[in-house]
Design a protein around this ligand. Structure first.
Ligand code: GLY
Length: 366
């Protein structure tokens, strides 16, 4: 088992990564929960994993209640949050108790937020079951739900007490979901780790075909990168954590245009968004065209969209830029963009003109 510490003072915790870890979850959780029962909140699509987890807890003498919620972004709503909080209270959850989030990013974000506000904060454990949640959303404590005005607009920073990652659960994940999660893996290379991007170029195909060693290496490397960045800037106030938003500004506009539906998964939008961020960086002379072509080629090799046209979104540029104006990162009339001087050389630029971005999207963006 690989252990990645997330160093946040009194909010520090471990991310434990290992094949077969779900079936050993009871042993991992026993020292944390003691004699108290836990509540598992699970996505309806992870019933076999829920059964494995329950067996493991029972074998360790840990009593568990479960709450199964519908899959999909609609679950990150006020209505489901209210139902969940009421159910947790009915189960008698106390402040020192642990609620377990078993599922993808939707369940992790919702349970994280519910436990942030329940009794002014109780504990939770993340057991992510998608690649995207394993390498990104389960680590770092961003929690929340969606509002009518946009995604993730209601939320809190609330760190889990432990994250357990079993890469074997990806065996049953639809390949499109694995690819979408892989976009967030590659993102770490693009941000500040050119060697890791080269590793992805050499090993991405094997990873996507289910090679266990490649998968385990990539997950551990991505989690370590996330832990390092979150450790430097937990609350995204110092410009470091914002780097994790690479590809998200362009990607958010594409996702918004797709109505945040399965037409374009978040990871697919991030791939296309990173493609556009490098394409734009090359267009304004920050990086070479060869660099942006290299990024685009890796997305295509991985079966991911490399830019606007491959994303399938055909909206006029003005409409996409309008979505950007409603991005929650918009501050005092400007939208910070993540641009790149090269692979692994991403930086935050707060001076990008949205008119120029619109011109780029209208005139030759990939
Ligand atoms: N997913 C970006 C972050 O955790 O900051």
């Amino acid at each position: 088992m690989k252990v990645v510490p997330v160093a946040l003072g009194e909010r520090s915790y471990e991310v434990r990564i290992g094949s077969g870890l779900l079936a050993r979850a009871g042993d991992e959780l026993a020292p944390l929960v003691g004699t108290r029962p836990v509540v598992i909140v699970a996505d309806e699509h992870v019933a076999p994993h829920l059964a494995t987890l329950r067996r493991s807890l029972r074998a360790c003498g840990i009593a568990a209640h479960d709450i199964v919620l519908p899959s999909g972004e609609g679950t990150k709503s006020w209505a489901v949050l209210e139902r969940l909080c009421d159910a947790l209270l009915e189960h008698g959850v106390e402040r020192q108790d642990h609620v377990i989030a078993l599922g993808g990013g939707v369940i992790g974000d919702l349970v994280g937020f519910a436990t942030a506000i329940l009794k002014r904060g109780c504990r939770f454990v993340q057991i992510p079951t998608t690649l995207l949640a394993q390498v990104d959303s389960s680590v770092g404590g961003k929690t929340g739900i969606n509002a009518r005005a946009g995604k993730n607009l209601i939320g809190a920073f609330h760190q889990p007490a432990l994250v357990l990652i079993d890469p074997d659960v990806l065996d049953t994940l639809p390949v499109r979901q694995v690819r979408a999660g892989y976009a967030e893996v590659v993102k770490y290379g693009l941000i500040d780790d050119a060697d890791f991007f080269a590793w992805c170029e050499a090993n991405g195909a094997a990873l996507l075909q289910g090679d266990a060693d490649a998968r385990a290496y990539a997950i551990a490397h991505a989690v370590a990168a996330k832990a390092r960045i979150v450790g430097e800037d937990e609350f995204e106030t110092k410009g470091r954590r914002a780097l994790l938003n690479l590809g998200h500004t362009f990607g958010h506009a594409l996702e918004a245009e797709a109505g945040f539906s399965d037409r374009l998964l978040h990871g697919e939008a991030v791939a296309a968004g990173c493609g556009l961020a490098f394409d734009y960086s090359a267009t304004i002379g920050l990086c070479t065209r060869e660099t942006s072509d290299r990024v685009a080629a890796h997305w295509r090799d991985s079966g991911l969209p490399d830019g606007l046209s491959a994303s399938g979104i055909t909206a006029p540029a003005a409409r996409l830029v309008d979505h950007m104006r409603h991005d929650k990162k918009m501050a005092a009339g400007t939208l910070p963009f993540l641009l790149a001087r090269g692979i692994g050389q991403t930086f935050l630029d707060k001076t990008v003109s949205l008119d120029r971005v619109e011109h780029f999207l209208d005139n030759g963006a990939r």
